[in-house]
Design a protein around this ligand. Sequence first.
Ligand SMILES: Nc1ncnc2c1ncn2[C@@H]1O[C@H](COP(=O)(O)OP(=O)(O)OP(=O)(O)O)[C@@H](O)[C@H]1O
Ligand SMILES: [Mg+2]
Length: 362
Amino acid sequence: MASVRLASLTKTFGQVTAVDNIDLEIDDREFFVLLGPTGAGKTTTLRLIAGLEKPDQGEVYLGNVSVNDLSPALRDVAFVFQYYTLYPHYTVRQNLEFPLRSKLRRLSESEIDAKVSEVAGVLHIESLLGRETVNLSGGEMQRVAIGRAMVRTPKVFLMDEPLSNLDAKLREEMRTELARLHLDLGFTFFYVTHDQIEAMTMGDRIAVLNEGRILQIGTPDEIYNSPENVFVAKFVGSPTINLFEASIETSTLVVGKKTLVCAIPGTQRSSLEKYTKRELILAIRPEDIEVSKEKKKADSFKCTVYFTQSMGVEDILNLRINDLVLRALVPPKLLARVGDTVYASINMKRSHLFDSETNMRL
Ligand SMILES: Nc1ncnc2c1ncn2[C@@H]1O[C@H](COP(=O)(O)OP(=O)(O)OP(=O)(O)O)[C@@H](O)[C@H]1O
Ligand SMILES: [Mg+2]
């Protein structure tokens, strides 16, 4: 296994800068997730690591060795593509055996059998081993593709949205399986996804990528609880974080068209005073808004339930107060219905403020 380091890595296609001066260090055995929306440059970054693209600028290191001049085969990385590439008229077993039959490996038939059975067991594809891959469903193909990468013991395991074609139930199961597999095998994982739930549940660390640039690198906890900019705050978390225009006036935070006036927690007051009169963005997670049917807290404000969505364990309420709509996450036992009057209070200690010009955290 090996660590991965990217130094000032840049790749352009004509006018498009797909990867823009990226610096990253992934530790040996780490489960590292690259998270970003479509077109962010995720696949291009993986292809640069695998050697399938040449960078315009910068270096790729595996371990401490620059691999810029090594062909993909010599880099010894396993790649699970976004669009799976299996040998269609081979059986599932033959697809899994293929990397093991390489002359470099010299494995015995019983060793190959044992490895294939082990991987097939983990991926629940034992019953498919005799089938031609051309007849498999998308989800089955994807698991075979993961299996084919897994049978080897590569330096680094590169995975490009490997679960995107699975149904929701199977995806959840595979998330756990992959994370478990990572623990057991201790591979270095570089995992690409646009799904923030995958990133949050599987990653040791996450890098958020947009337009070829890395916006933040951190643990799931850091990314979720201390987003460094508006994009990260918005991209991670479901239901989406609430964002409101705000400004600081005489030590209070004025939100919307003077709809809400919130107290700034004492510890933050002095450090925020220099932002007085600047255009700011206040961000509040839906779970940091407490809702009750009676006015329980002095700082709670009256609003109307505009829409409700049940998620089983929790309900999402859309609350309206003049020009503002707030999303709040509440226990279903609140039994709030559309049209009800309720009282909401914001946990300001858990809120975030951003400069609306730079979109950066204050
Ligand atoms: N071979 C290519 N030729 C021209 N442009 C390309 C090429 N490969 C990628 N791009 C462009 O580079 C940008 C990044 O593409 P990339 O495939 O890396 O994004 P991505 O984050 O993997 O997106 P998705 O989530 O949709 O897979 C996009 O604007 C894309 O159109
Ligand atoms: Mg992609």
